[in-house]
Design a protein around this ligand. Sequence first.
Ligand code: PMP
Length: 404
Amino acid sequence: MDIFDKYAPLLERFQAATSGGKNPFGVCLEDIYSATEAKVDGRRTILLGTNNYLGLTFNEDCIAAATEMLKSHGTGTTGSRIANGSYAEHEALEKSIAEYLNRKSAIVFSTGYQANFGVIVGLAGPKDVIFLDADSHASIYDGCKLSGATLIRFRHNDTEDLDKRMSRFADFEGCKLVVTEGLYSMLGDTAPLKEFVEVKKKHGGWLLVDEAHSFGMYGDHGRGAAEHYGVEKDVDFVAGTFSKSLGAIGGFGASDHPMFDVLRFASRPYMFTASPSPASIASVHAALDCMRKDPSLRTRIWENARHLFQGLKDAGFEVISELSPIVAVRMPDEATAVAFWNRLLENGIYVNLAVPPGTPKGVCLMRCSVSSAHEARQIDDAIDAFVRTRSEVFSDEEVAATAS
Ligand code: PMP
């Protein structure tokens, strides 16, 4: 038996997805022109599926800060902070993140994946129970599994279900940790955090919110969904990433708990990996300053979100996301989704092909995400390309049934 035999069903599905087109999971950006445009297959392509929410990857201040740091501090740290020490910049960024979030402490991790993973395995152990939203990101699931805690999944964004499941643990002796995301990346829906806070208080639990997709866009100051819903004081732990609105790589955990920093000596995903590179830390720090100083970044992304959301709806597409920087267009099945995605790319628009198991409820999607850096004409071009692609991929009857 070959050790790779177990992947036969996966390969079969992959081959079906790639036959007659590009590999949707292996697109090469041959050149990057800006936060919103790149060269793909030799063509200038509008990027509408990047998570570059605030468009800061080409921000002059971020680039200058990273370049300077690269020259003065070198290319990498070559080790973890507990073994090789912290750079002053790691500590300075942690201080700034804590200040920005009004939290007592923040810990920087090397990726957003590790931030969730590390905070969860640091907080929960085999004697605890974790209640996690069924649609949680892989980093949350993986952290939960490695923690050894009892895992209880509750229905996505369902307060009653969470309440019911927590009630069954009334006599449980360990700690109860509820884990949710602020904004869900596929359907752009926010967690009902006010209600979740009530439930966790009622059952004496702790609440961790992953603000990966909401940090920078939600709340008056961009602190995320917890700020948006006015419940920051009742959210015990926040996790986030530097790879989306902050345009770099890395992640963070933050809390008011006086013991939070013990995770630096207890959380394996923090302890056993190299710390983020100085250049990355510097660009994140500059991006955080931009977020703080320039509220127009938020105004613009919401304008663009409305533009794309309404434009695709008006054109008759089945937009199943809530109004958010994530705009999800439903496709009837996987084969059509693959064909549509390919054609859309040929028509100059890159979006994310999202299919099960990466999507909730088994839906197939063209998952778009807007950026503050998109210009209105790029959004118009994208809507036009969606309409053209529909006429090329769908039959006349299907077009007649959907188009307005
Ligand atoms: N949390 C959520 C909800 C995510 O969607 C992602 C990445 N897509 C992560 C965490 C991990 O972040 P990173 O890619 O920065 O490791």
